[in-house]
Write a protein that binds this ligand. Structure first.
Ligand code: UD1
Length: 381
């Protein structure tokens, strides 16, 4: 694009909590260059409450969405369909040049699908991650979104290999680094000190050994009461060695209550708290001795922070966090979880390094690549 061209009209999509830290640096970079980008923000409303949405917009200075589709919760089919139904008239009205989606949630595939069928270019940020596990709803969203994207931005070198194996042309793929780590680096100094957050958590008893952080929300871990009980029981045992802070996702809170598992946690050193804001969780992770999680984002954030991460899943779509970072995949077998925990307690865990291009500049690279790509499309037209 030349300087005299009109700004590129982008419609950026967010829906669920993990999208917010990915969109924050992109909106900042786009809005800092109003002569080159006319960027608007659509929130689908997949996540909607104070703890799951508003706290993130405030803390990360994400501009208020231009449009809120207000879809709320539902089954996968209902949620995806409702986003598509409500997004279509927005696209007809705004006619952007590009729809930009991030990550792998239902909002990502829903908006990408509507856009591509209307002949509007789709740009996918965080493309090419694969767990190889089609039982995971996000894996379906990843594969399908990548297939219909015109421009694909990857966070790790494996991404291009995965995409090319699925027939995606190399010239659509750009390795730019990790926007989630842009957000982490930009906010590290602003993180709320762990002591402050811990002081506000009822039932948290300090220990000279320190503390660990626990998160769990994947359907494969929390939806089956047998799996959930097995996990909670081993985690309770671990908490006897090291108190654990457990910011609890609404899905998990509901499943624990439905399965009658609250008594398992009641007398333990696992301190439950509502979902935390970004700056609170960042402050906690930075000081934790260990993070136990089934989240994708936390696997990357712990690698960037150099904090040991034990992933309570059988696989990961983010293998670089294992190969280069501090992450270990242990699954849900109690014996393996205990062994890995013991190893981290004894040795301090793996010493990793920060992966290539996880340097805080991914959003800038995306902006530059987008402009070059839009320029070459205009020339070809
Ligand atoms: C979604 C994403 C998942 C991501 C996770 C992060 C998909 C397929 N899944 O899963 O990839 O890791 O977000 O949180 O898109 N709820 C609230 N308040 C809210 C939102 C949800 O209480 O603001 C409750 C509702 O009871 C809802 C449940 O949480 O039924 C689950 O929400 P949903 O968006 O369906 O899926 P997540 O498990 O959050």
């Amino acid at each position: 694009m030349t300087r005299s061209d009109p700004p590129l009209r982008l419609l950026c999509i967010v829906g669920a909590r993990p999208n917010f830290m990915k969109i924050a640096p992109l909106m900042r970079v786009f809005r800092a260059r109003p002569d080159r980008f006319d960027a608007r923000l659509v929130h689908t409303g997949q996540h909607y409450d104070e703890a799951m949405k508003d706290a993130f917009f405030r803390q990360l200075h994400i501009p208020e969405p231009d449009i809120d589709l207000g879809v709320g919760s539902g089954s996968h089919a209902v949620q995806t369909a409702e986003i598509m139904r409500r997004f279509e008239p927005v696209l007809d009205d705004l006619q952007p040049d590009v729809v930009l989606v991030v990550g792998d949630v239902n909002s990502t595939i829903a908006c990408a699908l509507v856009a591509t069928k209307k002949g509007i270019a789709v740009v996918h940020v965080e493309a090419g991650l694969r767990s190889g596990d089609r039982g995971m709803p996000e894996e379906i969203n990843r594969v399908l979104t990548d297939q219909i994207s015109d421009l694909l931005f990857t966070t790790e070198a494996d991404g291009a290999t995965n995409l090319m194996r699925e027939g995606i042309a190399a010239d659509r793929i750009h390795f730019v680094g990790n926007v989630m780590i842009d957000t982490l680096l930009a906010n590290r100094e602003r993180a709320i000190p762990a002591e402050e957050t811990l002081g506000g958590i009822a039932g948290f008893a300090g220990d000279p050994a320190g503390f660990g952080v626990l998160t769990l929300h994947r359907p494969s871990n929390v939806d089956d009461p047998v799996v959930l009980r097995r996990l909670l029981e081993v985690l309770v045992q671990l908490s006897e060695r090291l108190p654990l802070v457990f910011p609890i996702h609404p899905r998990t809170r509901g499943r624990i209550a439905d399965a009658g598992l609250s008594p398992v946690l009641a007398a333990s050193r696992i301190a439950l708290t509502d979902p935390l804001g970004y700056l609170q969780l960042l402050g906690l992770m930075a000081k934790a001795r260990i993070v136990l999680t089934d989240s994708g984002g936390l696997q990357e954030e712990t690698t960037a922070l150099g904090i040991p991460c034990v992933t309570l899943r059988e696989n990961t779509e983010r293998p670089i966090t294992v190969e280069q970072g501090t992450n270990t995949i242990v699954g849900t077998d109690p014996a393996k979880i205990k062994d890995c925990f013991d190893e981290v307690m004894a040795s301090g865990g793996k010493s990793g390094r920060v992966p290539e291009l996880w340097d805080g500049q991914a959003a800038e690279r995306i902006a530059d690549t987008l402009l070059a790509w839009a320029g070459s499309r205009a020339e070809a037209a």
